[in-house]
Ligand binder design. Structure first.
Ligand code: PHE
Length: 449
């Protein structure tokens, strides 16, 4: 099928579309609980350092590869070097693994939005509510179905353009509301200790796991190492600056994650007086309702907040599903309706263990993890470092950094050229190997970190 490649109208269009994919549950749900788990301030520091060095370089490389080849991941890697085509395929598997469990969490958000919108917000503030909800069998499945169904319908009807318009309004409102909630939370009695925990790096909390987790989060949050930014790059006009676009996407993405941490972590301290004991996937859902409960107009603010989170999650899940659908369509030549249906059904099957893992299958563990954590681990801690490793090798040693630099310089000077070269050639490959080894060995309890 010959497809005409449309392009984004300009820099703003590109940045907002890429930020729509990048900003999602990763920032608002995943970042705060990882920050709480892996040492607070030290995690934040490591994350920001990685983001401006490693994340920046990899994102520039991916977007440049996309724009240079004018193709999405599989085709792009193939065109650059036949031997590296497998990286494109690897990149295609990752969104297929993320989307199902992403939609499970998306379902939880939908449930909470409905709860607040129908005046049931107070129930959510009771300590056992969240646990009761996720451990039930049918209800979470229903919300999961709704979320993945909505994503599939939007992808099927190709109304992403409309969704992009929504995200233009959503992003600024999300930023403003997050600042408002964060300021409120930080003024709560007892929040100061949480603020200190989150903002002041404590080097005693540092371990290699801090870096492993921060790196996994970076890939996830910036939608890297899975070909998505390559596809976006292929739609980018030559005169738009890659470098400054990446800076802007990073500011959006890291800014929203930072604010989410500022909302959640001090709130935990304010309500319990200490760091959360074993922060997990439920942290945001357990903590924020208690904040909204005591806030003036809290239920309305809660409803708006969960609506914004839902929209942010949808813009991301759409980009995940779109990637999977378009790859299958290209490779198998199925029509769009059939492809959407197959992807929808596959997601449903793959997502079920993740939701049941909190209830009837709570005792089923694979390498010590429940299914949701397992899918998260395989994609973020195993496959993404592998994909990033080979991308760095391909750019650093096969097509050479200069080819990316040339592409970036089509629209002006590449200011952080040296940083880029050092990152791609030396730091990235070594880091990826260390991260891969430490995450796999620790999962199998070979090493304790
Ligand atoms: N970056 C998105 C988030 O932070 C998740 C995502 C990952 C979306 C990969 C698309 C691709 O929520």
């Amino acid at each position: 099928m010959e497809q005409k490649r449309s392009s984004f109208t300009g820099k703003i269009g590109f940045v907002l579309a890429a930020a729509g994919s990048a900003v999602g549950l990763g920032n608002i749900w995943r970042f705060p609980y990882l920050a709480a788990k892996y040492g607070g301030g030290i995690f934040l520091l490591v994350y920001i350092l990685l983001s401006v060095t490693f994340g920046f370089s990899l994102m520039v490389a991916e977007i440049a590869i996309g724009r240079k080849t004018g193709l999405s991941a599989i085709g792009a890697y193939e065109k650059l070097n036949k031997k590296y085509a497998f990286v494109g395929y690897l990149g295609a598997i990752i969104p297929a693994l993320i989307l199902p469990y992403y939609s499970v969490i998306g379902g939880w958000v939908t449930k909470y939005l409905t709860l607040y919108a129908t005046g049931g917000g107070s129930a959510a503030a009771s300590p056992d509510y969240f646990g009761g909800f996720i451990s039930s069998t049918w209800e979470p499945i229903g919300w999961f179905l709704l979320f993945i169904g909505a994503t599939a319908l939007i992808v099927l009807f190709g109304v992403e353009k409309g969704v992009e318009k929504v995200s233009k309004i959503m992003m600024p409102v999300l930023v403003v509301l997050s600042i408002f909630i964060a300021v409120y939370v930080c003024c709560m009695p007892g929040a100061g200790a949480g603020l200190a925990y989150y903002l002041i790096p404590n080097f005693e909390n540092f371990s290699i796991m801090t870096v492993v987790a921060a790196m996994g989060q970076l890939f996830y949050s910036m939608s890297l190492a899975m070909g998505i930014m390559i596809t976006y790059g292929s739609y980018m006009k030559k005169e738009v600056s890659i470098e400054s676009s990446v800076h802007q996407i990073e500011i959006f993405d890291t800014g929203i994650a930072f604010l989410a941490g500022l909302m959640v972590i001090p709130a935990v301290f304010a309500s319990t007086g200490a760091a959360p004991e074993a922060p997990g996937a439920g942290l945001m859902f357990q903590v924020l309702p208690t904040v909204f409960e005591n806030m003036w107009g809290g239920h309305i603010i809660g409803a708006i907040f969960f609506l914004l989170v839902l929209l942010a999650a949808l813009t991301s899940s759409i980009s995940l599903m779109e990637t999977v659908v378009s790859i299958l369509q290209d490779k198998l030549r199925w029509n769009r309706r059939l492809t959407c249906l197959v992807v929808f059904a596959a997601c449903l099957l793959l997502g079920l263990p993740s939701t049941l893992g909190y209830g009837v299958w709570a005792n089923v563990k694979v390498i010590g993890m429940q299914f949701l954590d397992l899918f998260d681990f395989i994609s973020n801690s195993v496959l993404m470092p592998i994909a990033a490793f080979f991308t760095a090798i391909l750019v650093g040693y096969v097509i050479k950094p200069q080819s990316v630099i040339d592409e970036v310089e089509l629209s002006g000077k590449f200011r952080f050229k040296k940083l880029f070269v050092v990152m791609i050639k030396y730091v990235a490959p070594v880091c990826m190997i260390i991260i891969l080894l430490s995450s796999v060995l620790s999962a199998f309890n070979v090493i304790k970190i």
